[in-house]
Design a protein around this ligand. Structure first.
Ligand SMILES: Nc1ncnc2c1ncn2[C@@H]1O[C@H](COP(=O)(O)OP(=O)(O)O)[C@@H](O)[C@H]1O
Ligand SMILES: CC(=O)N[C@@H](CCC(=O)OP(=O)(O)O)C(=O)O
Length: 279
């Protein structure tokens, strides 16, 4: 297709999404390759330039692992959530809100766009309480203050959100990025919520290619979790989507961030490239 045909074919989708909110959760595992990262950010900038209200929420598990390793601290996960002592909470904040957030902002700016990076601590955007004694300083979200996101989103800048949380006493908490992104998408009543990871989508029997699921509903997700075939970071991801869908979100898409232009293909064609999660 030449450029004119491509743009013309995209017109109905552009009209559909213009002025709408699209929340993109960019997982740390799809961020480790610089070329892929640049391509993802360039797609995100294209969406913003088309008049879509893009909100970028990022993770950074691998960056936190590296930071902890530097300080001689071990990473330990319980059902996909990192056990977080006080020092880990501070190091996670440094890695996510410092390194990862600012490098995403810088990379968008290098591509010619504008971005403003904030963490859940800023403007008390992500208010939390302790989730459990067992996990330490892992936050359970009690409130999302979307005002600061909405203010940035009205400008030419893309809001880039690091998902640290703060409790009523001002303590820093580590918050799973999928959980926070799902809640933000729900609160913003996003038209689309897309989670970019390093996997094609959801498998009934991971990693058996033939078990790939193009579409699932919440009931099927519960059954899949019960089979034990869903492990690691996929558990909080699905739990987060489930929670947000019971509280305002209409659907979510698990998408492969490593697939070139996956965001554009997902939003601007009728073909589904990932796993669509519906009520
Ligand atoms: N049933 C499943 N289908 C797809 N991925 C799964 C499944 N069970 C476990 N996973 C794992 O979940 C990972 C994605 O979750 P996570 O590591 O938290 O990603 P991210 O850092 O991008 O949020 C995949 O890389 C895969 O290894
Ligand atoms: C509590 C908890 O587990 N927090 C996560 C926060 C980062 C994250 O979720 O990043 P990804 O999206 O790349 O996995 C962590 O410490 O790894």
């Amino acid at each position: 297709m030449n450029i004119a045909e491509t743009l013309t074919a995209a017109l109905p989708f552009m009209l559909k999404y213009q002025g709408q909110t699209v929340v993109i959760k960019y997982g740390g595992n799809a961020m480790t390759d610089e070329r892929i990262k640049k391509s993802v950010l360039s797609d995100i900038l294209l969406l913003k330039t088309m008049g879509i209200n893009v909100v970028l929420v990022h993770g950074g598990g691998p960056a936190i692992n590296d930071m902890l390793e530097k300080y001689g601290k071990e990473s330990r996960f319980i059902n996909g959530l990192r056990h977080t002592d006080e020092e880990t909470a501070e190091l996670a904040l440094a890695a996510l809100s410092g390194m990862v957030n600012k490098s995403l902002v810088r990379d968008i700016q290098r591509l010619g766009g504008e971005a403003i990076g904030i963490s859940g601590v800023d403007g008390r955007m992500i208010e939390v309480k302790q989730l459990s004694d067992e996990l330490g300083f892992v936050g359970e979200i009690t409130r999302i203050n979307t005002e600061i996101i909405e203010r940035i989103a009205k400008t030419t800048a893309i809001p880039v959100i690091a998902t640290a949380g703060v409790d009523k006493f001002g303590e820093f908490y580590n918050v799973n990025a999928d959980t926070a992104a799902s809640r933000i998408a729900g609160e913003l009543q996003a038209e689309r919520f897309i989670l970019l990871s390093d996997v094609r989508g959801l498998y009934a029997d991971f990693p058996d290619e033939t078990s790939f699921l193009h579409e699932v509903n919440l009931f099927e997700i519960d059954n899949l979790i019960a089979t034990g075939k869903i492990t690691g970071g996929m558990i909080p991801k699905l739990e987060a989507i489930k929670y947000a869908m019971q509280n305002g979100l209409t659907e979510a898409v698990l998408l492969d961030g490593r697939l070139k232009n996956s965001l554009i293909l997902e939003l601007f064609t009728d073909e589904g490239f990932g796993t669509l999660i519906k009520k």
